[in-house]
Design a binder for this molecule. Structure first.
Ligand code: NAD
Ligand code: DAU
Length: 347
């Protein structure tokens, strides 16, 4: 098997690569990543010398490069994670999301179709997507695989569009595909622009914790290694032309999550109880902020036996420990351009 993984130097992609390299020594794993601000080869230091691993630096938007590598390496499977992934950045620069998330995905679909069109057997295009395509829930209900798409941010609109293209290639050309839509991930190697790692970093630095709006927004959190295990399972055992929702059965209002994080950080940093909570600052809301996401993950559970294995308390503690033990990683990703982003976003 020659497997192309896109976005493997990012948060979730690096956990997927590590898992596949270890579990499938007979696969050749190719990691294609443009190394944007979110991509970091440090995330893969421990496996970079593995004999079944190759890193390819390139942009999924670059048509001739993508066609060239599909021919050269004769991929028979693709796990597509590369994306612009941060909602706040999509609000200030929507076109970047159109380019990578829509155009880049269609480029990959074309290359796969061209290479595989005479024989689709034993081929698979796996598109990793998000629960945000379903829009926002009220206080009741869960997202099912059949929930109508209703994206609200430029990020979720671009992911929804890419999902539609994947399905269209399946229907129109017979391309074998599978799509998963997952809830909010957290864990080691998460870029500190997202809620949990941003707040861990700010607590370490004694900076304000900017809670958007009234903090009552709800997300369903899943430990990243559980997502990587689900991706492995769906890639190998998921049914063709199917969608699977993946979630943590773990809903938290932002403010409750932040308070839990503050309590755990106080203990880890040996600070008096209540120290970190004093940093909480309510700030202007995110425009178009989705109230609530929650996944019904019973299809993947019933068909493939998957369920989360890490509780939120365990996962959060492992995450905090990782950030405290990897200060160099945190310092390197929060220097330079990050400072400019932070000022623009929060000052
Ligand atoms: P991330 O931002 O941490 O990583 C994205 C990676 O893609 C980076 O390594 C970056 O360098 C690379 N990349 C970006 N543009 C590229 C391009 N044009 N060409 C090649 N590589 C490019 O993202 P993540 O949080 O790991 O998310 C990975 C995927 O999972 C995304 O498709 C995202 O939509 C989806 N997803 C994320 C979450 C979450 O909570 N983080 C939840 C559900 C789904
Ligand atoms: O649901 C899956 C999605 O989860 C993924 O598709 C996205 O790639 C990923 O970024 C994530 O999107 P969110 O917008 O939910 O994640 P974020 O960490 O940016 O925000 C989580 C919640 O916290 C959200 O309600 C906004 C709020 N928030 C976020 C930041 C960065 C704050 O209150 N303050 C902040 O500074």
């Amino acid at each position: 098997m020659n497997i192309l993984i896109t976005g493997g130097a990012g948060f979730i992609g690096s956990h997927v690569i590590r898992r596949l390299i270890k579990n499938y020594p007979d696969y050749n794993i190719y990691n294609l990543d443009a190394l944007t601000y979110a991509g970091n080869l440090e995330n893969l230091r421990d496996i970079e010398d593995a004999s079944n691993y190759t890193f390819l630096k390139g942009d999924i938007v670059d048509e001739s490069y993508i066609n060239e590598i599909f021919k050269k390496y004769n991929f028979n499977g693709v796990i597509h994670l590369a994306a612009e992934s941060h909602v706040d950045r999509s609000i200030s620069d929507p076109l970047a999301f159109v380019k990578t998330n829509i155009f880049g995905t269609v480029n990959l679909l074309n290359a796969a179709r061209n290479l595989w069109k005479d024989d689709f057997s034993n081929k698979r295009f796996y598109h990793v997507s998000t629960d945000e395509v379903y829009g926002s829930l009220g206080s009741e209900g869960l997202f099912l695989e059949t929930t109508a798409y209703d994206p609200n941010s430029p990020y979720s609109a671009s992911k929804a569009s890419s999902d539609h293209f994947v399905r269209a290639y399946g229907e129109t050309y017979g391309l074998p595909y599978v799509i998963t839509n997952c809830s909010n991930n957290y864990g080691p190697n998460h870029f500190p622009e997202k809620l949990i790692p941003l707040f861990i970093n700010n607590i370490i630095e004694g900076k304000p914790l900017p809670v958007y709006g009234d903090g009552k927004y709800t997300r369903d959190w899943l430990f990243v290694e559980d997502h990587a295990r689900a991706i492995d399972l769906v890639f190998h055992k998921g049914r063709n032309h199917e969608t699977y929702n993946i979630g943590g059965f773990n809903e938290w209002q932002n403010i409750d999550l932040v308070q839990l994080l503050c309590r755990q950080m106080d203990k880890k940093l040996d600070k008096p109880a209540g120290t970190s909570e004093k940093l909480i600052t309510y700030v202007k809301d995110r425009p178009g902020h989705d109230l609530r996401y929650a996944i019904d993950a019973s299809k993947i559970h019933k068909e493939l036996g998957w369920k989360p294995s890490v509780t939120f308390e365990q996962g959060l503690e492992r995450t905090i420990d990782w950030y405290l033990e990897n200060e160099d990683w945190l310092n390197s990703v929060t220097s330079g351009l990050y400072q400019e982003y932070y000022k623009k976003m929060y000052n």
